[in-house]
Design a binder for this molecule. Structure first.
Ligand code: PRT
Ligand code: MG
Length: 217
């Protein structure tokens, strides 16, 4: 049995066409069913539904053989508890960017230039710390788990580090993107022990994913 960890929402939605192209139909819609383990048209392949940020943990500890997770989640998790999983493929899905944003009218460039401390709210404390350290900017980091956009509006922070795709969330909250940290897309990751134990079936599945990507390009 091969177990693939996915998160509900955009990762699941964007992985479906790739699975389909690899000849695998998922048998249930996670938005309609409450099941956390979903079968597929392949009796030896199943999908487990976990929180986006739990995908690396499942794969690292062997709760799943493979998983799909955003590079944001993977890098932040790696800084937290080491590598422990192989990043096999850039699936090119769930694309966005990790960026710094501030309130409209806030002079970010001046703060950085003057060497003043910047108070930054984010879910991505490791990635934010690395980024600002590489620029030589002194920061005080505030860890949040959601609604980052609120932080600069309430005076909790000067800036946020968050994912941006269309930019409409920032706009709706009178925030502006001032710097891109990195481009993000979802990656296929695999448990190294599983790759040894289930070498052939996993390799066949990864190759099917690769072929699906090639066909899309
Ligand atoms: O909800 P949960 O805590 O379980 O996890 P999650 O919120 O991380 O999951 P989910 O499904 O929202 O995101 C999964 C992955 O999708 C992320 O790890 C990213 O790699 C990727 N992704 C791609 C995004 C976005 N685009 C995105 N736009 N993840 C989040 N957003 C959010 C962003 O945080 C902001 O709140 O959407 C908002 C901005 O979108 P725009 O279009 O208004 O700019
Ligand atoms: Mg979410």
């Amino acid at each position: 049995m091969i177990t693939l960890a996915l998160s509900k929402g955009r990762i699941f939605e964007d992985t479906l066409p790739l699975l389909r192209a690899a000849g695998i139909e998922v048998l249930e819609d996670p938005e309609k069913s409450r099941k956390l383990i979903i079968g597929t048209s392949r009796p030896d392949v199943r999908v487990v539904l976990v929180r986006a940020s739990d995908v690396p943990t499942y794969v690292q500890h062997g709760g799943a053989d493979l998983g799909v997770a955003g590079l944001d989640v993977l890098l932040e998790a790696a800084a937290d508890h080491g590598g422990g999983l192989y990043r096999l493929l850039d699936l090119g899905i769930a694309r966005c960017r990790l960026s710094v944003a501030v309130r409209e009218g806030y002079d970010y460039a001046a703060t950085v230039k003057q060497g003043s401390r910047l108070k930054v709210a984010t879910k991505y404390t490791h990635l934010a710390r690395q980024f600002f350290a590489s620029k030589g900017v002194h920061v005080d980091l505030v860890k949040l788990y959601g609604s980052m956009e609120l932080a600069p509006l309430t005076g909790l922070a000067d800036a946020i580090v968050d994912l941006v795709s269309t930019g409409s969330t920032l706009k709706a909250n009178h925030l502006v993107e001032v710097e891109k940290i990195m481009d993000i897309s979802a990656r296929l990751v695999v448990n190294p022990a599983a790759l040894k134990l289930k070498r052939e079936p996993l390799r066949a599945l990864v190759e099917a994913f690769e072929a699906a990507l090639g066909a899309q390009a």
